[in-house]
Design a protein around this ligand. Structure first.
Ligand SMILES: [Ca+2]
Length: 287
């Protein structure tokens, strides 16, 4: 009887193990973490509290936050010089921007107010309202995608801005909060996660995070001491397959290449970073 009891116990443990494996396959596989190679370093206004970043028709646009310091502007990539700028009403806290056709749309943090601006002259065309908070925005070619700090991304009709879809973002099966600045890149939604050094790669069909981009070396290189001066701002130049990132009040804007881009050999012999010391050198200096 004792032997039969032990055998039953073994079978039950085996079955329990199978059940656990069946329930938790997603949790058992770690999401890939990519690093990035810095190709170029450009100046960035250290007083720009970056909330939105994008490239449209070869022009770089940025939006900034804080009441009284919220601007939408076009900047020269190489020098950081402001080429054109408009300021939001001083009681509003600017957040994300998105380019759709010949317009830029902008949202605000907790004011529930957004604006339309003409391109490329940034003339104010109109104002709209929306429920909830506004954080980051991007465009998938059909819908505007809006983040609001929750795990839910709203997909908006660019015409009347009604919500056509809601997508809950999860990482390892867990809803992902603090989704901030957004950027579409090769069919994926890249998202800054507020207060982290990582960008999430989100599958817009499922909402699942399919990988992470760890930019800790860039954060260390900038060496910001303000706790609010976090990584935020992603711009993808699809025409030239170039990716740019920066942060709030950062003095630098980086052109980076992801390890997946390198392995994909999309570009031959990427140029070395000759404009600034390497991240490793920066770390040594501060040590
Ligand atoms: Ca962006």
């Amino acid at each position: 009887m004792a032997a039969r009891g032990a055998s039953c116990l073994t079978v039950m443990r085996f079955l329990r193990c199978l059940i656990v494996l069946a329930i938790l396959p997603a949790h058992a596989v770690a999401l890939p973490v990519e690093t990035a190679r810095v190709l170029h370093v450009y100046p960035h206004d250290p007083s720009a509290f970056t909330e939105g970043l994008l490239i449209h028709d070869g022009r770089l646009y940025e939006s900034t936050g804080y009441e009284g310091a919220s601007f939408i502007r076009e900047e020269d990539l190489r020098t950081g010089r402001v080429l054109r700028s408009v300021q939001l009403p001083p009681d509003l806290f600017g957040e994300g921007i998105v380019a759709v056709g010949d317009e830029i749309l902008s949202v605000t943090w907790r004011n529930g107010v957004g604006f339309r601006w003409s391109l490329p002259d940034l003339r104010r065309l109109g104002r709209f309202q929306y429920p909830g908070e506004g954080w980051g925005m991007t465009y998938d070619g059909r819908r505007i995608i809006l983040s609001d700090g929750t795990p839910v991304l709203r997909f908006l009709d660019p015409g009347d801005l009604h919500v056509v879809r809601r997508l809950t973002v999860t990482a390892d099966g867990v809803p992902l909060r603090n989704i901030n600045e957004l950027e579409m890149m090769k069919g994926e939604v890249l998202a800054n996660i507020w207060l982290t050094n990582e960008i999430a790669r989100i599958d817009p069909a499922t909402g699942k995070v399919i990988g992470w981009i760890d930019l800790t070396p860039l954060v260390r290189r900038v060496g910001a001491r303000d706790v609010d001066a976090v990584l935020n701002g992603i711009a993808y130049d699809a025409a030239n397959d170039r990716l740019y990132v920066t942060g709030k009040d950062w003095p630098l804007l980086f052109e980076i290449m992801l390890s997946s881009q390198i392995s994909g050999a999309r570009r031959e012999a990427p140029p070395p970073d000759t404009t600034a010391p390497s991240p490793e050198a920066g770390i040594r200096r501060r040590a």
